[in-house]
Design a protein around this ligand. Structure first.
Ligand SMILES: Cc1cc2nc3c(=O)[nH]c(=O)nc-3n(C[C@H](O)[C@H](O)[C@H](O)COP(=O)(O)O)c2cc1C
Length: 234
């Protein structure tokens, strides 16, 4: 089972998205997945020019010769695609969005009806059947993920992938300090690993596992006090 993880955090593996992913990937590897990870930040990926050459003159191929050629090959060759991003202004990061804009060569330009909805057919060699979201936020409330989830569910449908769930960790920045201060968060880390294991072995992540990942670490009033202490009125 091949899994391609695309981490959209500009802080790559040093960020909270990367921290969560390290446990998630551990779980996926325990379930014997062959996991590849790429970071959208730092790749040479130009913005989509909207020329539609990939649907006309050079079918399946973008006219831009950059790192996206290799990313497209990896996307086409994966069984499961994991999109990982911090919530940025209520959505995904810019570099991840730019990368996804450039993924349309994996589709044909013509329309077909799927479940009474116009979609582009996938090219035969694009095999990813499932797509999952991993995200972290700064704020505490789960509804901060809502616009991102709606977006990723919609793009899954357009890419012809089954959306298999979202692993979400609100105020993920609290995990490390909580651990340093002796708070018990090992269950959260274990649940992240378990979610990775489930995704590969069962093709989905259990509701209770995802709830365990997102559980409260400290009450919201204390979170607000901490942020005041950290950023003050600067
Ligand atoms: C430009 C920017 C926009 C952000 N927008 C949101 C937001 O809309 N909602 C939210 O909960 N957190 C927001 N955050 C906080 C990030 O989601 C949070 O810091 C996250 O842990 C960063 O992940 P990383 O360490 O992997 O980069 C934003 C952070 C930045 C830098």
């Amino acid at each position: 089972m091949k899994v391609l993880v695309i981490n959209g955090s500009p802080r790559k593996d040093r960020g909270h998205t990367g921290g969560i992913l390290s446990h998630f990937i551990e779980g996926m590897k325990e379930a014997k997945a062959d996991v590849d990870i790429i970071y959208s930040k730092g790749l040479d990926i130009g913005d989509c020019r909207g020329c539609f050459n990939c649907w006309t003159n050079t079918p399946g191929k973008c006219i831009q010769d950059d790192d996206m050629t290799e990313v497209l090959a990896k996307m086409a060759d994966s069984d499961i695609l994991v999109l990982a991003t911090p919530v940025y202004v209520d959505g995904m990061t810019g570099s991840l969005k730019s990368l996804l804009d450039r993924s349309i060569p994996l589709l044909h330009g013509r329309f077909e009806l799927r479940n009474d909805h116009c979609r582009h057919p996938r090219r035969a060699y694009a095999k990813a059947e499932k797509l999952a979201l991993v995200s972290v936020s700064g704020f505490t409330e789960m509804d901060n993920f809502d616009p991102l989830i709606v977006h990723v569910k919609a793009l899954s449908k357009n890419m012809g992938c089954e959306f298999v769930g979202s692993l979400l960790r609100p105020y993920a920045w609290m995990l490390d300090p909580a651990q340093e201060q002796g708070a018990h968060v090992s269950d959260i880390i274990e649940a992240i690993k378990q979610a990775g294991y489930e995704l590969v072995s069962e093709g989905t992540m259990k509701e209770e596992t995802l709830a365990a990942v997102a559980r409260e670490i400290i009450p919201r009033d204390e979170v607000i006090k901490r942020m005041q202490g950290y950023f003050g009125d600067k």
